[in-house]
Design a protein around this ligand. Structure first.
Ligand code: C5P
Length: 233
């Protein structure tokens, strides 16, 4: 039986990949399936949490039962939904693959290959939603006890990936970072995941190769451990 250790907790999870429109028919996107975020939502709901899933584009996934799902197609839309939905949340998880850039222009006609102007691939930087959530909390406008980020890194899982993860955790200033080794059939568009769970308190847990539900359980164990520590006087 699953523990009910998240009973009554409010959890907001982003999932999937954003698509940044270039014109009415094209977009810049990524290969995120949304499976990890959906697994996180399903497991959290089973463990008693009130879950809101902010879903970008995903593979053809079944909406987890007992979970409120809201849709965000682009990074900018996800940013405003995450900031709004996180109000009053105990845990915020950014599992979505957010496009780092979006096209500057979005003409309302299909861009032809003979068009020179506007340049369809002139890009501008998207907001870093995770960084903004952390900054919002630092400014005292967000109460979430635990903010979780994800990082997909290529390289040797036990050296390069771990090093990148440590650096990213320091830079992002979130409480927990799940670091996934990507490439060689791991993480994207597949059922399995492996990597590291890194805590701002210095805790480092290897996550052995396993299902995305398994990784979800490991993350919620860490989050509920954090709750328990925060409650100890
Ligand atoms: O820096 P990097 O993109 O690898 O960081 C990944 C983490 O940051 C993920 O948790 C992702 O959801 C989040 N992110 C974000 N906004 C962006 C880019 C990434 O919240 N524009």
């Amino acid at each position: 039986a699953l523990p009910h250790d998240l009973e009554g907790r409010r959890v907001v999870i982003s999932a999937g990949g954003t698509r940044e429109p270039m014109d009415p028919v094209r977009y810049l996107g990524n290969r995120s399936s949304g499976r990890q975020g959906y697994a996180l939502a399903r497991v959290a709901a089973h463990r008693g949490a009130h879950v809101t899933l902010v879903s970008a584009h995903t593979a053809d996934l079944v909406e987890p039962s007992g979970v409120r799902v809201v849709h965000a197609g682009t990074a900018e839309r996800m940013r405003s939904l995450m900031l709004a939905e996180s109000e009053g949340a105990d845990v915020v998880v950014m599992a979505a693959a957010v496009a780092d850039f979006r096209p500057v222009d979005r003409p309302d006609h299909k861009v032809k290959k003979t068009d020179r102007d506007p340049d369809p691939l002139q890009l501008t930087r998207n907001p870093d939603i995770l960084a903004e959530l952390v900054e919002t909390r630092e400014a005292g406008r967000l109460d979430a006890e635990v903010i979780v980020g994800f990082a997909a890194e290529t390289g040797d899982p036990d050296t390069t990936v771990l090093e990148h993860g440590r650096t990213k955790l320091t830079r992002k200033r979130c409480d927990l970072l799940v670091v996934n080794a990507v490439g060689d059939g791991a993480a994207f568009e597949v059922e399995d995941n492996a990597g590291w769970l890194l805590g701002a308190d210095g805790v480092e847990h290897p996550i052995p190769h396993g299902s995305k539900s398994h990784l979800a359980s490991a993350l919620w164990d860490a989050v509920s451990g954090q709750f328990a520590r925060n409650e100890t006087p």
